[in-house]
Design a binder for this molecule. Sequence first.
Ligand code: SAM
Length: 247
Amino acid sequence: MENTEHGEHRFFGRRKGKKLKESRVVLLDSFLPKIRLKPFEKDEVRAADALFPFKPEQVWLEIGFGGGEHLAEQARRHPDIGFIGAEVFLNGVTSLLVHLTGMERRGDVDPDTVRLQDGRADNVRVYDDDVRDLFPHFPDGSFDRIYVLFPDPWPKKRHRDRRFIGPKNIPVLARLLKKGGELRVASDDMTYIRWALQHLTECADFEWTAEEADDWRKPPADWVNTRYEQKALAKGKKPVYLIFKRL
Ligand SMILES: C[S@@+](CC[C@H](N)C(=O)[O-])C[C@H]1O[C@@H](n2cnc3c(N)ncnc32)[C@H](O)[C@@H]1O
């Protein structure tokens, strides 16, 4: 794993993968700027719902959206909700752009014709860097829902401080969630699940909503499979789905 310093935060995952196809470079150059969250000024604080060209009913944040399958599909299903997605891995960001535009499926590399899929509201904003850069710029209670799906597990004990759900980020996630809002975490790594459960249940701002085993063994009704989840299921693993309510 690459170990890079970027912005204020130390990020231990991958920023780039295999070389991008030309069509994806076109997407990055021509389409990403239309939906990209520009870096904020040092002390700037911005209302999350003011980042969209319409007034969204709610704003949901997806942290580490990977290939963007979940984000793109949720955004398609919920055109009245504003979605902010953050992902450090450039190849994942381009994959989201493919899902949002359908561009590669149309075999289309002309930057002038790149547009959102038909019928898709302009309800997605992308931060193509470390989500922790964004946190100080949003007021308390900015989000109705935060997704952290199949986060990098960092299974070794000596790497546990790198786990996204942990003592450093949990109070920030609690601050950013509206009262009654939801934090949704899923993982197929039981060390991570135990760790997340321990730290989230210790936090007085969150309540675990599960009442019976199927509430964490099965995904919620409105679930969209992510790429990592599909890989885990294909290997016969049994992911766990946690929903915590912000008190
Ligand atoms: C194991 S992948 C899972 C991707 C996707 N959620 C899925 O389920 O298919 C975790 C992703 O989180 C991203 N990530 C980790 N820390 C992040 C951070 N601080 N800000 C933004 N993205 C992050 C990584 O780049 C990686 O793509």
